[in-house]
Design a protein around this ligand. Structure first.
Ligand code: PRP
Ligand code: MN
Ligand code: MG
Length: 183
């Protein structure tokens, strides 16, 4: 087995599972945004793989732009501060904005982004999150309009999600072995 795959304890969502979830989300978004020409905002870097798939499951005119923010950096835990690394190139005043994220964990990144983008006078701001992490005893700060699925409170990697910038290229969603991030 290859080194990358052997660091994964368990596959949570196979490529086939992912495909089904993304198709369903694309259909919902297509229905809701017909005639609206939404601006899809992909949050670099984690959301890049999901966005590439989701866009192709959306069957109405739309455009895409990218924002780079980071709260985790190379650490396993969030620093608590969101940093803008790259802003949008598109003016969003009057636009229907759909923020696309790979995972909603503490909600820090999305709360920050929603507030920031709402301040620019868009027609609407909604969120499509592929994963929502279920943390016991914690109510999520955000309720995304579109949710792929819920995942347990473990270290999730693959399909865009990294640990220390690795594992983003895994084609499935897996749980990282604790010994990998406890090193
Ligand atoms: C990860 C993930 C989400 C965010 C979720 O991004 O891609 O954007 O954390 O966590 P939160 O809900 O607690 O804010 P990260 O900051 O690691 O940057 P990356 O996308 O470049 O990996
Ligand atoms: Mn991210
Ligand atoms: Mg990350």
């Amino acid at each position: 087995m290859e080194a990358l795959h052997s660091d994964v304890k368990e596959v949570l969502l196979s490529e086939e599972d992912i495909h089904q979830i993304v198709s369903r989300m694309g259909e919902q978004i297509t229905r809701d945004y017909a005639g609206k020409n939404p601006l899809v905002v992909a949050v670099l870097r984690g959301a890049v793989v999901f966005t590439a798939d989701l866009m192709r499951a959306i069957d109405c005119p739309m455009s895409v732009d990218f924002m780079a923010v980071s709260s985790y950096g190379e650490a396993a835990k969030s620093s608590g501060v969101v940093r803008i690394v790259k802003d949008l190139d598109t003016k969003i005043e009057g636009r229907d904005v759909l923020i696309v994220e790979d995972i909603l964990d503490s909600g820090l990144t999305l709360s920050y982004l929603i507030d920031l983008l709402k301040g620019r006078g868009p027609a609407s701001v909604e969120v499509a999150a592929f994963l929502v992490k279920d943390v016991t005893g914690k109510t999520p700060a955000i309720e995304p309009r579109y949710v792929g699925t819920h995942v347990p409170d473990e270290f999730i990697v693959g399909y865009g999600l990294d640990f220390a910038e690795r594992y983003r290229n895994l084609p499935y969603i897996g749980i990282l072995k604790p010994e990998v991030y406890q090193k």
